[in-house]
Design a binder for this molecule. Sequence first.
Ligand code: BG6
Length: 530
Amino acid sequence: MADEVVTTATTTDAVENPLREGLDVVRTGDPAVMVIFGASGDLARRKLIPALYNLAYQRLLPPGFTVLGYARSPYTDEEFRERARQGILEHSSVNFQEEIWESFAQGLFYMAGPYNSREDFQRLAQRIDELDEARNAHHNRLFYLATPPTVYQVITANLGAVDLARPKEGGWTRLVVEKPFGRDLASARALNDHLLQIFLEDQIYRIDHYLGKETVQNILVFRFANGIFEPIWNRNYVDHVQITVAESIGVGDRGGYYDKSGALRDMVQNHLLQLVSLTAMEPPVAFDAKAVRDQKVNLLRSIRSLEPEEVPDYTVRAQYTSGIVNGKRIPSYLEEPGVAPNSTTETYVAWKLEIDNWRWSGVPFYLRTGKALPKKITEVAIYFRKAPHLLFKSQHHQEELIQNVLAMRIQPNEGISLKISVKQPGPAVHIQPVKMEFHYGSSFGRVPPDAYERLLLDVILGDGTLFTRRDEVEVAWERVTRILEGWRLEEEKAKAEGREFHLPTYEAGTWGPKEADELLARDGRRWRRL
Ligand code: BG6
């Protein structure tokens, strides 16, 4: 069992608030041997190792916690440690302290080997046993798939074959699977079927790193720990919702992966639909893995499925052309390395998503995400209905003034703001919009921790609340696969009619294609200026 150290609550109402239960508890987990497959790669170096170091720095990693990197590159333990050290120096958000590094590094090991060899996995099993004994890891094992998804099946099949999937007596065995989790409904199902022949569902932790972001978790606390918002969080008061996940970077050196994926698979199926489900779900009966995930699945199931022919009316996809972002020229998507010269892969998606349930019927959720946009920003904005009766008819921009907007800023400058109209000082009635704001940085005096820190700690603790369950992944893929199908038909239709299919474009450094503006303009709305 995990040790629990209860910290002193810092606010007087902490004990009355059920959602704080567990949140103001500092938890450290059991010792374990964590095997990172793909340990020589970017994810391990940039995210996983720095996150583990950060946990060690905060004394949240139990003594005896051991990392065994596994990949094809032939490193020694020493070389792996050196790479880890560099990764931490470049990417950790906490200070580098020699004595913490020394003790952390003693728990880092490496083993080179292929993913498809049973004999090598037997060697791996032996090495795990040796490390377990030497470092007193209590038979707990954590396998992390940080490889390309093409080898997920062969790795897990080999784990099963050498009997590493079944928990050893007295210990636990868990598997963490990175995205992409499939590339459509059929492949996601096939992957789930495969994994579930080897592991039990509650051994599997499917990562969506957005769920590890403090401000994403804060959506639930904001909604369900405050009495004043939930009563108006519905179709009677909300006009529409806008969710933006904008990135200023282009695809850079990830063209090879990205060109086979595109923004819908890369961002919408997972991160944006997670934001939708947390924003729109019904209150869970408890703040635990089952209750929260049950409600998220219910919400995802109420997202309207599009017929393929409807898809062009509800979605917009586009590709960036060359342009300037943050003062630097970005080449057009088609010129990026690894991208097919005639690629129709989208780097931008907008989706008018409708939710067919009592709470949200008739309230559109407008989603947009893209690469090479003017800035990096993620936010959820709730637009409330206008005041029912206009007293101040003579004012300019009265339409704007009376629409209250609650914006939950996920990143950067994490915080929440509420736009309200106030009277400007003076004898005449001049109305002006102002913002009431909460800033995470100034209220808590720190930037939020990296998402991987929280998620790795939760895996070690065996808490699946912030991970996606099988049914959740599949229902999200079902809705997204319909869009993919609609897009495919659109292209086939053009071909059958002897037309060339043209994907809309937008210049890098602008807020997306004009078609996305038209999507909202048709409903008499426009995208929020960010
Ligand atoms: C990843 C996508 O899941 O999320 C990337 O594959 C994207 O394409 C990244 O850049 C964005 O994450 P964050 O945390 O920077 O918003």
